[in-house]
Design a protein. Structure first.
Ligand SMILES: *[C@@H]1O[C@H](CO)[C@@H](O)[C@H](O)[C@H]1NC(C)=O
Ligand SMILES: *[C@@H]1O[C@H](CO)[C@@H](O)[C@H](O)[C@H]1NC(C)=O
Ligand SMILES: *[C@@H]1O[C@H](CO)[C@@H](O)[C@H](O)[C@H]1NC(C)=O
Ligand SMILES: *[C@@H]1O[C@H](CO)[C@@H](O)[C@H](O)[C@H]1NC(C)=O
Ligand SMILES: *[C@@H]1O[C@H](CO)[C@@H](O)[C@H](O)[C@H]1NC(C)=O
Ligand SMILES: *[C@@H]1O[C@H](CO)[C@@H](O)[C@H](O)[C@H]1NC(C)=O
Ligand SMILES: *[C@@H]1O[C@H](CO)[C@@H](O)[C@H](O)[C@H]1NC(C)=O
Length: 914
């Protein structure tokens, strides 16, 4: 951060020097620089090209070199990012720098250095930047002679003038800390992203009596904040986010550190309670962050009454129990704040009316997030001013009522992200929103909006990338023909009352990737031009009034990943789409399809879920089904499939839900249908078709998110593994904008890897129930009813502790029922009825008084059976959990950090020591 200032200054100074010609640099310094250049592998020749050994070449004019303008001695050397990126870890000889006696600033960041050999013997060195290398220890620094130390009458021994040390993103271990603690002149220390883990060792840092800035981001440090940190009264910036700090946040920290301007405590595991009254006298405080703590801290802002001496710029506090004893009121000290730029108070259980005063008082507000609270009342905007700096506004998941102010588009003209979803808003969407020309994402879903999509919005909000209007009562045509949303990528209009055809208005959105107009009243057919929306990845038109036939142009959508056209009337045929190779989710249930199992799916090697329920498909289930290695969910219920269950299904090791019920299948149950292994899999990037639930946590070196896939069947929990190096790049302050995106290695762990539900009912299956079913340790429902199975119920099944629904009704099973223990103690007669030869509780006893064929089962249970079947179906839809992952994660995080870090970092730059 501080480096930025210096380098900007440096670049400027450099230009001045180059213009003036300078007075020439010292011969030995020039030679030293040439020696340094030679040490770098410069075969690409991209860097340091102006460093040339010509006659009288003035090294003060060389790139990345800044000389003192009176002595012409080299003062700053910016060798960051100089090494050829294809060279691996290497060691630079520290003695190369020896002649540069006046050097004050040395930047060696981003150079793959694993070490500096020897001592960096630079007496005057003030700033040393070593971030993003492979260092395991700090380099040896110039040591004062005892004579010098005496003159200075201090106990400084190392790097006596060093003020700024940036070691972020290296591989330091705990044993490096004592070395750092000896550099007592330090004013700013950055040790982000290492594997420093023991908070006790941080105690050494308390000895740095001059320290003004301390950054220990992302180290996994556990244990409490060292109590001596309350003694670091010179601190102006303290950033300990994303560690594992536990215990209470010491109130003395807030109380004593009166110079604090910037404090970030987010992403730890603090416990207990905290009163912000401790901050009252920190008159310099500008930035306060306490987000995403692992546990819900109790935070009190009202008791005792206090008045802040500060004017904050940023206040963020999330996932807390805020003001428990005061009904969750919004912190009242905020009423005295007039210069806020950013406020985030998500998930705090806040109640009361929406704080309209926050907008009235803070004309410079840039972002406001009050997501997931219980704020009520109407939303107003100041009528006489425009909040021109506001770019992010998210008040989703509250209980805000009334209509949106009609002038919203004029008062918040520069909004980029607007989220009012999950409230109780009514009325029309204000046409003034057409004035929000920078609007990138608009989410008004889950409210009670009525009327049509305003013409102005569709015509003028040309920056819109994501438009979500799901779950309202909007009517009319889904998107006007003249709409001009040319940057639109995701359009969610589901669960409204749109009528008419699929509007050609979407053709103006040529980048469209996700279209969801499910649960409306669209009619007509799927137009032929749908194949022109080349980038379409998700197309969801569930439950409309669409008729067939499906245009064959749909096969041109070669990136299609999710196609859900269920509950329409699109049959009888599916076009033969040979190129659906990226397709992962294909759902065509209840679509009046006839014919055989679609042959082209044999090429759809990416398929994960296939839902063809409730059609009239017939013939055999093809053997090649076993080649769809990614298949996890196969739903074929309610067709006319016949023949046997292909044993090739056993090849599908990741299968987690299989429903073959209500077909005409017969033959034996393949005995392989037993426990399935835990699987890891990586999926190709998929767009933004994911609803993020608000929950996330960090644990070990993982970030765990819960997501809700847009599709109702698919809920996901995602585990992201971030290795250390990647973390560095992704959070790095200096590279926020240049992030390239291939750095995170995203992996997902399946949360429920084993079969959860197995439904083979209503077929003609014969033979024994495989004893191996007892391996289905996670199975929650097992339905084998209405088949012709014979033999006993394997007693081992009582080991299925997760089983809550079980039926073998209406088979020809015989023998003694499993003991009424574990889950089997809960299954009643209905689970077994229709098997005259079964006996034992809860049926009749086995001692001779077996039920004859004349006694029940009566078949008078159809209604009950139906509702039971429905319940079964629901229970398994509910527990249907699969884990997926996509690049969307990266996008989200990037955004998250963009506003969270970038703004704050930017705010903080001016206050770094010069
Ligand atoms: C070196 O770092 C400065 C900021 O400290 C930056 O402005 C400059 O672009 C960097 N140079 C390279 C080549 O990365
Ligand atoms: C050169 O030095 C003078 C006096 O020390 C100072 O005022 C001036 O800002 C310096 N110029 C540059 C470019 O550093
Ligand atoms: C470090 O420098 C010494 C003497 O200059 C040399 O002998 C040694 O090989 C160097 N070590 C490495 C790892 O370069
Ligand atoms: C804080 O400093 C005071 C006086 O300088 C000292 O007595 C006390 O022990 C220190 N506390 C800790 C926890 O280091
Ligand atoms: C099947 O789709 C029709 C509309 O085509 C709908 O009315 C019906 O409820 C759907 N059936 C099921 C079981 O979803
Ligand atoms: C499938 O896609 C490939 C390349 O995109 C193309 O060459 C081929 O003709 C397509 N096949 C069909 C049947 O559309
Ligand atoms: C069906 O059950 C109901 C109530 O349990 C009973 O009144 C009725 O007589 C039964 N019908 C047959 C056909 O068994």
């Amino acid at each position: 951060m501080k480096c930025l200032i210096w380098c900007m200054w440096g670049t400027w100074a450099l230009l001045v020097l180059m213009g003036s010609g300078g007075t020439g640099c010292l011969e030995e310094e020039r030679n030293a620089l040439l020696g340094i250049k030679a040490a770098f592998n410069n075969s690409g020749g991209f860097t340091l090209s102006s460093w040339r050994d010509g006659n009288g070449s003035n090294c003060c004019g060389w790139e990345r070199v800044v000389c003192d303008n009176t002595t012409s001695r080299v003062a700053c050397l910016y060798l960051n990012n100089t090494q050829n990126p294809f060279v691996g870890a290497w060691v630079i000889n520290a003695s190369l720098f020896l002649p540069l006696e006046e050097l004050q600033v040395l930047d060696l960041s981003d150079n793959h250095l694993s070490d500096l050999n020897g001592t960096l013997h630079l007496k005057k060195l003030k700033r040393l930047y070593l971030s993003h290398n492979y260092l395991q220890q700090i380099p040896a620094l110039y040591k004062q002679t005892s004579m010098e130390a005496q003159n200075l009458s201090s106990n400084q021994v190392e790097g006596p003038n060093l003020e700024v040390l940036d070691l972020s993103g290296n591989y330091l271990a705990n044993d490096a800390l004592p070395d750092i603690a000896r550099i007592t002149s330090l004013k700013a220390l950055d040790i982000d992203f290492h594997e420093l883990s023991a908070s006790k060792l941080l105690e050494g840092l308390c000895e740095l009596r001059n320290l003004e800035e301390l950054h220990i981001i992302g180290n996994g440090v556990s244990g409490p904040l060292p109590s001596c940190s309350c003694n670091m009264t010179t601190l102006r910036a303290l950033d300990v986010q994303y560690n594992n700090f536990s215990g209470a946040i010491p109130s003395c920290l807030l109380n004593n550190l009166k110079s604090l301007e910037y404090i970030v405590l987010s992403g730890n595991a603090f416990e207990g309670s905290l009163s912000l009254a401790s901050l009252a006298n920190n008159s310099n405080l500008e930035v306060f962050h306490l987000l995403n703590n692992r546990y819900r801290l109790e935070v009190n802002t009202e008791d005792p009454t206090w008045f802040p001496s500060f004017q904050l710029k940023v206040f963020s506090l999330s996932n807390c129990v805020l003001n428990k004893d005061a009904n969750g009121v919004i912190p009242s000290f905020l009423k005295g704040q007039y210069d806020l730029r950013g406020v985030q108070l998500n998930h705090n259980g806040m109640t009361g009316n929406f704080p309209n005063w926050l907008l009235d008082n803070n004309v410079n507000l840039e972002w406001l997030e009050l997501m997931s609270n219980e704020l009520s009342g109407a939303f107003h905007l100041p009528s006489n001013l425009s909040l021109a700096n506001m770019w992010l506004f998210d008040v989703s998941a509250n209980i805000i009522e009334g209509e949106l102010p009609s002038s919203i588009g004029f008062i918040l003209p520069n909004l980029q992200y607007l989220n009012f979803s999950n409230n109780l808003l009514r009325g029309g969407i204000p046409p003034s929103m057409g004035n929000m020309q920078l609007l990138h994402s608009l989410d008004l879903s889950n409210n009670g909006f009525i009327g049509e999509i305003p013409e102005t919005l569709a015509k003028d909000c040309t920056s819109l990338n994501t438009l979500k209007l799901s779950h309202n009562n909007l009517q009319g045509q889904m998107l006007p023909r003249y709409s001009n949303l040319r940057n639109l990528r995701s359009l969610y209009l589901d669960n409204n009352c749109f009528r008419g055809d699929i509007s050609p208005g979407i053709l103006n959105s040529s980048s469209l990737m996700v279209l969801d107009v499910s649960h409306n009243f669209l009619s007509g057919t799927l137009p032929n031009w749908i194949g022109d929306i080349q980038n379409l990845q998700g197309l969801m038109l569930v439950s409309n009034l669409l008729g067939g036939p499906l245009p064959s142009s749909i096969c041109n959508l070669k990136y299609l990943d999710l196609l859900d056209l269920s509950n329409n009337n699109l049959g009888p045929n599916i076009p033969h789409c040979a190129n659906f190779t990226f397709m992962r989710f294909l759902h065509l249930s209840n679509d009046t399809l006839v014919g055989h199992f679609p042959e082209f799916l044999s090429e759809a090697s990416s398929i994960v879920t296939l839902d063809l329920r409730q059609n009239a498909l017939s013939g055999e289930i093809p053997r090649w089904i076993g080649s769809l290695q990614n298949l996890r969910v196969l739903l074929l219920q309610g067709n006319n499939f016949e023949g046997s269950i292909p044993p090739n299904l056993c090849l599908l090791k990741d299968m987690s839900i299989l429903d073959l019920s209500n077909n005409n299948l017969y033959g034996k149950i393949p005995s392989c249908l037993n426990g399935l292994p835990f699987g890891y899999f990586e999926l190709p990037p998929f767009s933004s078709d994911v609803d993020w639930t608000d929950y996330w946590e960090t644990r070990d070196n993982r970030i765990i998110f819960e997501l809700m896939y847009r599709h109702p069947y698919i809920k996901m929990r995602m585990i992201i593994y971030i290795s250390r190096l990647e973390e560095v790049n992704f959070i790095t302050k200096r590279r926020l904008e240049s992030y390239k995106g291939n750095i995170l290695s995203l992996m997902s762990g399946m949360d429920l890897s084993e079969l959860l539900a197995l439904n083979l009912s209503h077929n003609h299956l014969i033979g024994l129930i495989p004893g191996t079913f007892s391996n289905l340790q996670n199975v929650e429902s097992l339905d084998l009813s209405y088949n012709s199975l014979t033999g006993p119920i394997p007693p081992q099944l009582t080991n299925l502790y997760a089983l809550s629904i079980f039926s073998v009704a209406h088979n020809n099973l015989s023998g003694k029922l499993p003991d009424r223990k574990n889950q089997f103690g809960t299954f009643e007669e209905a689970s077994y009825r229709g098997n005259p030869l079964l006996c034992g509780p809860p049926l009749t006893s086995c001692d001779g008084s077996n039920q004859g064929p004349g006694t029940p089962p009566s078949f008078n249970h159809t209604r009950e059976d139906d509702s039971w079947r429905e319940a079964f179906w629901w229970s398994f839809a509910g527990s249907y959990v699969v884990a997926f992952v996509g690049m969307v994660l990266f996008l989200y995080l990037n955004l998250y950090y963009q506003y969270m870090l970038f703004n704050l970092v930017r705010k903080f730059i001016p206050s770094f020591p010069q």
